[in-house]
Design a protein around this ligand. Sequence first.
Ligand code: URA
Length: 204
Amino acid sequence: RHLPAEPQAPKGTLEALRAEAAVCTRCPLHANATQTVFGEGPRDAQVIFVGEQPGDQEDISGRPFVGPAGRLLDQVISEAGIDRSRLYVTNAVKHFKYEPRGKRRIHQKPNMGEVKHCRWWLDRELALLKPKLIVAMGATALAALTDVKERLQDVRGKAMAIDGERTLFVTVHPSYLLRIPDEQLKAEEMARFREDMLEIQRLM
Ligand code: URA
């Protein structure tokens, strides 16, 4: 006897892509992660924010930017007048890479091979969404979105044209801000991040 088929999202939709990514084994990172953390947001989103990879809390909840970095991002974008529910938020790499240390799981930066492998998904998200503005947060997102070897600090705070009709805006990653030990530098960098978000709001 055949079991009734699972309801399937129509091909060529974000929902179908999400379902495919949920069982991704294209690179070894899937083995130790809880689940794929796919992008999230409306299918008609005109703006997409790209981070690095899910963190501990994202890995557990299955949703991007819900941990400390996500809370900082939420706060700063809402101060800039940006409504997160209108954004599509995703990551360059869709599985959490970490090193177990006792009971803790310590974030490990994805390498370029992992970023390249996972571009498979990011490229498809971009192709389906066709966003008018792409925001790269941090060097990993920048590397995933451009082939040019730009240094983050050289392009940060600037809008650049990529692939013809798209605009890429580059800023730092909110986790970087959370890690700055020096209070004065942190305040300065927070102020620049706020300015970047205001600029993004103007570009939207
Ligand atoms: N950092 C990221 O780059 N992405 C997340 O989803 C959470 C933290």
